[in-house]
Design a binder for this molecule. Structure first.
Ligand SMILES: Cc1cc2nc3c(=O)[nH]c(=O)nc-3n(C[C@H](O)[C@H](O)[C@H](O)COP(=O)(O)OP(=O)(O)OC[C@H]3O[C@@H](n4cnc5c(N)ncnc54)[C@H](O)[C@@H]3O)c2cc1C
Length: 512
């Protein structure tokens, strides 16, 4: 598309992958002007299938997107195969290729997952972002940024972003620039943010095309003495090998044939190649998530081996954590934005940790055979299975202190689970009250506790009385990303309600 000249935006998002699009949805929902610059032309095919896990699905539900995603799953070719693979067990997911996670009755939350192509997921989010007013600029590459130097640790005011498209080079002004431009992030490099981590031990190829003598190759996932071979029902094939040099040139069909030979012993020819890419277990985390008015989210901030299908989930959850905070910062309320990195970096660290563990547990060799056998038996223990399931499904994410448990109002940070509510609006699910992305003040008393003190925040905070619904406290203030901001037991003092709203939604007198 042709960009308007000299246009200033609240936020420019570099990269229109799933994370950039999710962030655009969140920002546009709050009325923030946002442009997404995506270097690829519209509709560039890419046959990567993403598994979206329970916590991501809960967040999509909060924004009324889950039904569309669920409907779209039916169009994904390998869903049936995935279901078939799990059909003979009660498992719902895998750790290091051990399909044992989330056995029935083993987890508190019922884990769920959806399989969608990256393209479909991105397109659904792009459609929502556009409907909410975001500007999507395909074929537009971010190539430069300039921001005044930070002074005394204070963020500089705004960013000048250079973009290149078919019309040439131009500059855009933005209050904030967010790099959602993937693992090789240009924004991260331009902002001078380091990307420390560990170099690859594995190299994998994934391809879509025609294989000769494919009947000699097994379908599904196979761990052999030299590595992993995978053949999906939609024709995708993949190999993973350890301790080999990673070629620097673009991948070739020949490389795939050689890798299949090394791993399976079969000589095949790979032709009519429709897609071919190479990836590794290079595991890296951005040294910081923010430099002045530049932020990072998704793969731009963290990369790891795609074991367990966690990268997009992690990034989508970055976007939902960041969206409301950045929207508030665009209105001058920066307090919550300072919590983005402290909340999200530890979550990424944990994912990097568990993917490193999975790579170790996937390695060929008799020692690892023994370890896998032991792990299989450990995963039959409910507590172990629960711990791993919650890690992969993202349902262990908690910002802040532990719940008090054993009495007293819960402490902030836990995800507030969806539930049916009987409210002054009628029966409704908690998730449905979050569609507009505003903080949610739920009053479980007779409704008199929150309404009067919250009145000055009415434009910014949704106040709902749910008398008669059992809850963990008399009043809950739920953040736009579904995590608990504040809770109080009866008797609730009006000044405490006002203090909590000031902390989480800014002073009452502020403009919306
Ligand atoms: C084989 C494989 C399987 C995977 N399976 C899963 C899975 O099942 N579940 C899961 O959660 N994750 C999975 N992942 C990881 C997942 O694909 C990524 O974590 C996810 O795509 C990251 O999203 P993103 O939007 O941050 O980055 P990307 O998807 O990389 O998107 C970045 C976008 O930015 C654009 N861009 C780059 N540079 C610029 C620039 N300078 N200017 C403008 N645009 C730019 C790119 O064209 C791209 O569209 C898998 C990864 C691989 C390799």
């Amino acid at each position: 598309m042709e960009l308007p000249e000299n246009r200033a935006y609240d936020v420019v998002v570099a990269g229109g992958g799933p994370v950039g699009m999710m962030l655009a949805c969140e920002l546009a929902l709050h009325g923030v002007s946002v442009l997404v610059a995506e270097q690829r032309a519209h509709g560039t095919p890419e046959p990567r299938t993403l598994t979206l896990h329970a916590r991501t699905l809960e967040l999509l539900d909060r924004r009324g997107l889950l039904a569309e995603f669920t409907a779209a799953e039916k169009d994904t070719a390998d869903v049936d195969a995935y279901r078939r693979r799990l059909a003979n067990s009660s498992a719902r997911g895998h750790f290091a290729g051990l399909f044992l996670l989330g056995r029935d009755g083993a987890t508190a939350e019922q884990p769920r997952e959806l399989l969608l192509s990256r393209e479909t997921a991105t397109a659904l989010l792009a459609r929502r972002a556009t409907a909410l007013g975001a500007v999507l600029a395909d074929g537009t590459r971010v190539t430069g940024l300039e921001q005044p130097a930070e002074r005394d640790g204070r963020a500089a005011a705004g960013v000048t972003v250079t973009v290149e498209d078919a019309e040439g080079t131009r500059t855009l002004r933005a209050r904030w620039l967010v790099g959602c431009d993937g693992g090789r992030s240009t924004v991260r490099k331009l902002a001078g943010i380091g990307f420390p981590g560990t170099p690859p031990q594995t190299v994998s190829w994934i391809g879509l095309g025609t294989l000769t003598r494919q009947e000699r190759l097994p379908t599904g996932w196979h761990r052999g003495e030299r590595g992993w071979f995978m053949r999906m029902p939609d024709g995708r094939i993949s190999t993973t090998e350890w301790d080999r040099p990673v070629p620097q040139e673009p991948p070739t069909a020949r490389e795939v044939e050689e890798s299949i030979h090394r791993v399976t012993g079969e000589r095949v020819t790979f032709t009519e190649v429709r897609h071919l890419s190479r990836f590794t277990d290079s595991t890296r985390l951005a040294a910081r998530y923010r430099a002045g008015h530049v932020l990072l989210a998704g793969d731009a901030a963290h990369v790891h081996f795609p074991a367990g299908g966690q990268g997009a989930n992690l990034g989508l959850q970055d976007a939902v954590n960041l969206g409301w905070k950045l929207a508030a910062a665009c209105r001058g309320r920066t307090r919550q934005l300072d919590t983005y990195e402290p909340e999200r970096r530890p979550v990424a660290e944990r994912v990097l940790h568990n993917t490193r563990a999975q790579v170790a547990l996937m390695r060929p060799g008799p020692q690892v055979d023994a370890l896998r056998d032991l792990f299989t038996r450990l995963m039959a223990l409910d507590d172990v299975n629960d711990l791993l399931t919650r890690a992969i499904y993202g349902t262990d994410v908690h910002y802040g202190g532990d719940d008090a448990g054993g009495g007293g109002a819960p402490r902030g940070g836990a995800f507030v689970a969806d539930r049916p509510l009987t409210t002054d609006l009628g029966p409704v699910r908690l998730a449905e009250l979050h569609r507009d992305g505003r903080p949610l003040l739920l009053d479980f008393t007779d409704g008199s506790v929150a309404r009067a003190p919250a009145a000055p925040w009415r434009d910014r905070v949704r106040v709902v009385a749910a008398p008669g619904t059992a809850a963990e406290a008399a009043v809950l203030l739920v953040r736009p990303d579904g995590h608990l901001a504040w809770a109080a037991d009866a008797p609730v003092r009006p000044e405490d309600v006002r203090a909590a709203l000031t902390e989480w939604a800014g002073p009452a007198a502020d403009p919306v």
